[in-house]
Design a protein around this ligand. Structure first.
Ligand code: MN3
Length: 197
């Protein structure tokens, strides 16, 4: 299935002041578009053309680095845009109960998630994932995501510099805190959790 750049689910200026329209113009319109264009060029030369995006990510991992990097980043960004919403949202009670049970409460989860993003050396992502029925916090380098480790990604924060340098310069911790506290669409996270059961 050929990759396609989705429209943002909100206006470019809707996530201010935490993520500027300039950041989204580069990040969505240019960076994500490049993953789509480059991914389609490589995909066309393979026998994975008719596979789902998830299968393309899993099957290209370790076999076709060019395809994997672009397909995984396409997958990551498709969800990343939906994982944010203007002003953020409240954590639904069923998700909160699961966080309390598996991760020791919201405060500990928040600290662990931000720490995963801060300590990811270089480009990558930090995640809330579901693995073997349990929530877990993890981090991955470059375009990698929990799919390649047999887990389901539920929330991912992009810690590539293109995601925060315009708004936060080198202050990655400030970006992660502002993102977690003000932009996360917890309804979408809950939807992903429910769909994975
Ligand atoms: Mn990115």
């Amino acid at each position: 299935m050929a990759f396609e750049l989705p429209d943002l689910p909100y206006a470019h200026d809707a996530l201010g002041p935490y993520m500027s329209s300039e950041t989204l113009e580069f990040h969505h319109d240019k960076h994500h578009q490049a993953y789509v264009t480059n991914g389609n060029n490589i995909l066309a030369e393979t026998d994975l053309k008719n596979e789902s995006l998830e299968n393309i990510v899993i099957k290209s991992h370790g076999n076709n680095a060019g395809l994997f990097n672009n397909a995984a980043q396409h997958y990551n960004h498709l969800h990343f845009w939906k994982m944010m919403t203007p002003g953020g949202s409240k954590v639904p009670s069923n998700l909160e109960s699961k966080i309390n049970e598996d991760l020791g409460g919201m405060d500990k989860f928040r600290a662990d998630f931000i720490n995963a993003g801060v300590t990811q050396f270089g480009s990558g992502w930090c995640w809330l994932e579901l693995k073997d029925g349990k929530l877990n916090v993890s981090k991955t380098p470059n375009g990698e995501n929990p799919l390649v480790n047999g887990a389901t990604p539920l929330l991912g924060c992009d810690v590539w510099e293109h995601s925060y340098y315009i708004d936060y310069r080198n202050a990655r911790p400030k970006y992660l805190e502002a993102w977690f506290d003000n932009l996360v669409n917890w309804e979408y996270v809950t939807e992903l959790l429910e769909n994975s059961n």
